[in-house]
Write a protein that binds this ligand. Sequence first.
Ligand code: AMP
Length: 194
Amino acid sequence: MAAIGSVCVYCGSSMGASPRYREVARALGRALAAHGIRLIFGGGGIGLMGEVADAVMAAGGQAIGVIPDLLQKREKGHRGITELCVVASMHERKNLMFELSDAFVILPGGFGTLDEAFEMMTWRQLGMHDKPILFLNMDGYWDPLDQLVDHFIREGFVAESGRRLFAMATRVEDVIPMLIHEPTVAVATPVERL
Ligand code: AMP
């Protein structure tokens, strides 16, 4: 059972096509605040990431943003949060977000969101950490990713155990209990599988 003090939320810098995305992002922010869990996020004030942070702050929680200097303007560095860490590069952003977090939750998003989530999955596969990774699969948004993973496994590029690198929740209220109870993963590294 993992002790979860801080959760990193990866999510879109856009709002998405349906108002449901915004509602769920806000519900997740409220749930984190209610459990006294600190939000770690990309530091922007736009899209779903801004919504999660706003909801955390409105509910009396804590939100730490990590934003590269070059994105401050484009992603509207959030000034109304507990702390905004301005870093020099995208790599520094990812590293600091990783270090500050006990677990990762992935809301709907695009390339940036997937890039961040996949990095945590590959680091876990390599045994570099064992922090829970959970996709919030609201309204089936991440179903195509699930199918892609099945394809990877079928075609022999990901081990069956690769499925255990991440979990999927369909409801916001399941997120925190699932993070707390997620079993640790002992995934064979690619080298061991050879
Ligand atoms: P998107 O899902 O494309 O809307 O992107 C979500 C967030 O991921 C945005 O804040 C992007 O700035 C961020 N992002 C995209 N690529 C990277 C990267 N290589 N390292 C860190 N953050 C990234």
